[in-house]
Design a binder for this molecule. Structure first.
Ligand SMILES: Cc1ncc(COP(=O)(O)O)c(C=O)c1O
Length: 368
């Protein structure tokens, strides 16, 4: 590492501070209602619903996105060990959520242009694998927008339900019928520390998910179906509400850093930003791919320059020890891409000078 160079961390999340939280904490003090879909959680759900253009019963806030994914899968298709088709190119939470819903991950390759599953390729896989397929989980990589309508049509045509993992998609998600799950983790655009949001235009499905997150209680305090505990407590709802109050500012910060990267990366040879990055939506990470498989070297060289970098999704779920034995299609696009890919420092207060320093280091890597 260069001794006098300032360290540039991969990420320094910025959640609401104590002063911003205080009015909500005082409300909790006054309410003496701490969880079980309390007043703050209900307000949060209402604000999310308004923001995404759905009704209050078409959204529910849960404890985190991984649990929200598995409950959504379980509500639609879980329980019999059949396949859940999904990309290997995702965070391992996607695959773990399928296991938790008693489904078996089956990895498909992604489209090199979009970095996500292609509807026609999934339709072909459903035809090939037949009744072994119980569900599909589609991932919107790193918060990129995803058109849910074609996935809703796929469900109508094939009867196979689809769950949309758009963990980083707070700024881009447009609800459909297939449930879309957004994470409120500290590393995500709208950060509450931990938390998850499920949105679907199917209010009955949201009611079922809500019941499964609350011991199987449907309205009354009596278990009428399977369930556990995945509720979002009032303190987490307070953080999320305060984060939502500041969203315009937070978003502007992410947009500034995004623009700085788009500008700086134009000048770096043999390197591309993730699909759609800078096209009017924001995320909380910045990922690039080199033309050649330099990912591992790049991380080491950046580290030497005091710049922290990471493969956010390691080298694909199929290479995680837990999932190395599961069935999958050939994954040439995923395997090629993960060897060329690097996640760079990102955040609302990353300085333009830092972005230029990162770009210079990347240029040096590209030229060697
Ligand atoms: C694609 C994807 N799915 C799911 C998750 C899990 O979200 P959470 O941490 O809220 O459980 C993440 C978190 O990073 C993710 O990137």
């Amino acid at each position: 590492m260069i001794a006098d160079a300032k360290q540039i961390p991969l990420m320094r999340p910025k959640l609401p501070d104590a002063a911003q939280l205080m009015p909500y904490l005082r409300e909790i003090d006054a309410n003496r209602w701490y969880t079980n879909f309390g007043p703050l959680e209900q307000r949060l759900t209402g604000r999310f619903a308004a923001q995404f253009g759905v009704t209050g019963d078409q959204a529910v806030c849960l404890s985190n996105a991984t649990t929200a994914l598995s409950i959504s899968l379980a509500a639609l298709a879980g329980g019999d060990g059949r396949y859940c088709l999904m990309p290997s190119f995702t965070f391992v939470a996607t695959a773990q959520a399928a296991l938790a819903a008693d489904l078996t991950p089956y990895f498909l390759d992604v489209d090199p242009a979009t970095w996500r599953l292609d509807t026609d390729a999934v339709r072909d896989a459903i035809t090939r694998l037949g009744s072994d397929v119980a569900a599909v989980m589609v991932v919107a990589p790193f918060g990129a927008p995803i058109d849910i309508a074609p996935w809703d049509r796929l469900t109508e045509e094939t009867g196979v339900p689809v769950v949309i993992d758009t963990a980083a998609g707070f700024d881009s998600v447009v609800p459909g019928v297939s449930p879309a799950i957004v994470s409120l983790h500290a590393t995500k655009p709208l950060a509450a520390g931990e938390g998850g949001l499920v949105i679907s235009r199917d209010g009955d499905l949201i009611a079922e998910i809500k019941a499964r997150a609350n011991f199987g209680f449907h309205g009354q305090r009596s278990a009428v179906g399977p369930g556990g505990n995945a509720k979002l407590g009032e303190y987490a709802a307070a953080v999320a509400l305060a984060a939502l109050d500041q969203w315009a500012e937070t978003r502007a910060g992410f947009a500034r850093t995004t623009a700085a990267y788009v500008d700086a990366m134009n000048a770096v040879p043999a390197l591309q930003l993730s699909p759609g990055f800078g096209d009017g939506w924001v995320s909380a990470t910045c990922n690039v791919v080199f033309d050649a498989p330099t990912g591992e070297t790049a991380i080491a060289v950046l580290e030497q320059a005091g710049i922290e970098a990471r493969r956010w999704w390691n080298r694909g779920c199929h290479r995680e020890p837990m999932f190395s034995e599961v069935d999958c299609d050939p994954l040439p696009v995923t395997e090629d891409m993960v060897d060329r890919m690097v996640g760079l420092p990102f955040g609302i207060d990353l300085l333009p000078a830092d972005v230029r320093r990162i770009a210079d280091a990347l240029t040096a890597i590209s030229m060697t």
